[in-house]
Design a protein around this ligand. Structure first.
Ligand code: LLP
Length: 463
């Protein structure tokens, strides 16, 4: 493998691209701890290590591309969230961000609850021993079969998403002789400052029941009128990758208003409110996420204040962070393949994965950072676009970043903060084999989701 300087063409250290970078970080060898998981560091030779293991060893043993998940960081984040919210609140990890049996066991051990949104996630949760009462079941179109399984298993709550579902769940619960605990998901009319496809509380979208026009109040009326449902509260989720607490403020205020209306009309104080997930993480050095204790304080202050002014007892709060727990705990390791300098533009660095292991850049214009991790380099920074190996020009992993100009085929580069919504949204596009997830902790690495094989592909293709 050559370590000589690549004929990289122009060096773009001072080029402004899309207004994002005016210059690269002062030293590309320095890892910004904001975007890397907690046990990541460089060893004496300059190679990145995680959980005490050097990436070269990981690449040799597990291959690339692969996701490496820092187990002790994951567990620490679970603890930080549950300690921040304390015994009077509930933290539900949103399994859609990334779920596997190992994850379920860690959540169980760390005392978290789990939000699932499909039959597959429910099966994984139950199979790995999550007690059903600690599971919340979500989804805008749960099938009757999924609802039956959830009711039979005894999930702690089903989050009702439509008028039809109120009746459907009530009917299934009645036929099982069960009084099912439910929440109603409302859309509060907040436009969270995030990408359109991941904002969920404005009214023109598929989730929930609008507070506007009394729709949510009508849903409450119907749910309270059905014996087989125990309405425990109101749920709202305003979007994803949110840093500004103002959206939560408006959302909490409107949900509390509904609780007050329910009390006035029915004489019932609903005991719980769920404010959903959506808390942002650092994908690049420009992002400044809040710590769980700041979020917990802000949310509980808002709810307490709103309830006081409405003369309500403060309900039990729950939250559903997915990204904020698992996102920062993993990075994707790639091997550099073709390097193509485009004169006057940028250098395209191709890796052995792409949009099949990280669709977020193509889908949401998400920003990521990247670092050369198999070694350090004193070469000048060059402006790069990290692209995958798929047959699509939108197959971009990192849109704009700097890597050392002596980058060469065979180098290992890593994209941090890929723990959330990368493996869980991975695809087989171009018959790519979905990468493994390897958990690393205290000098040991083990596969928790294995790499797909060509036999896996052929097994599904029944000919
Ligand atoms: N609770 C509910 C009801 C949700 O719909 C979601 C996310 C969460 C919690 C967790 O949100 P988080 O804390 O992870 O942001 N694929 C997109 C994100 C879609 C999120 C959908 N719902 C992405 O890659 O950004």
């Amino acid at each position: 493998m050559s370590r000589s300087a690549h004929p990289a063409g122009p060096r773009h250290a001072d080029v402004l691209t899309d207004g994002h970078y005016s210059a690269p970080a002062a030293d590309l060898n320095v890892l910004d701890e904001k975007v890397w998981s907690r046990t990541v560091t460089r060893d004496a030779d300059g190679a990145l290590t995680v959980g005490g293991i050097a990436v070269a060893r990981l690449a040799e043993e597990f291959g690339t591309p692969a996701y490496f998940l820092d187990e002790s960081d994951f567990r620490a984040r679970c603890r930080a969230w549950s300690e921040a919210f304390g015994p009077d609140a509930d933290v539900f990890y949103a399994g859609k961000a990334f779920l596997s049996r190992a994850i379920v066991r860690w959540l169980k051990e760390e005392g978290l609850n789990l939000d699932v949104c499909s039959g597959g996630e429910l099966t994984t949760a139950l199979d790995a021993g999550m007690p059903a009462e600690r599971i919340a079941f979500h989804g805008n179109n749960k099938t009757a079969a999924e609802i039956e399984r959830a009711v039979e298993a005894g999930v702690g709550r089903i989050v009702l998403d439509s008028f039809q579902e109120i009746v459907r769940v009530a009917h299934i619960a009645r036929s099982h002789g069960v009084r099912q605990r439910v929440q109603i998901r409302v859309t509060v009319g907040v436009e969270a400052h995030t990408h359109e496809f991941i904002a969920t509380a404005h009214e023109d979208q598929k989730f929930g029941i609008a507070l506007a026009d009394g729709q949510a109040a009508e849903a409450v009326r119907r749910a309270l009128g059905l014996d087989s449902l125990e309405l425990i509260g109101i749920h709202s989720h305003i979007g994803s990758q949110i840093f500004d607490m103002a959206g939560f403020e408006v959302s909490a205020r409107r949900v509390v208003q509904l609780l007050a209306e329910v009390r006035d009309e029915h004489g019932v104080e609903l005991p719980e409110i769920d404010l959903g997930g959506g808390l942002g993480i650092a994908y690049t050095s420009d992002d400044d996420p809040r710590e769980p204790h700041e979020i917990a304080k802000a949310l509980s202050d808002i709810v307490t204040r709103e309830c006081e002014s409405a003369g309500l007892r403060t309900p039990r709060i729950s939250v559903e962070p997915g990204r904020a727990i698992v996102g920062p705990t993993a990075f994707t390791l790639y091997e550099v393949g073709t390097i193509k300098p485009l004169e006057g533009l940028r250098t395209y660095v191709s890796v052995d994965g792409g949009m099949s292991d990280n669709i977020r850049t193509a889908l949401y214009d998400a920003e990521y950072s990247v670092a050369l991790v198999s070694r350090t380099s004193d070469a000048e920074p060059m402006l790069v676009r990290v692209v995958g190996k798929h047959c699509e020009s939108g197959d971009i992993v990192v849109k704009d970043a700097f890597l050392p100009a002596d980058l060469a085929p065979g180098d290992l580069i890593a994209v941090p903060a890929t723990g959330a919504y990368c493996r869980s949204m991975a695809s087989n596009y171009n018959h790519a084999l979905r990468p493994p997830v390897v958990a690393v902790r205290d000098g040991e690495a083990r596969v928790i989701v294995r790499r797909e094989t060509e036999e896996d592909l052929l097994r599904l293709d029944v000919g």
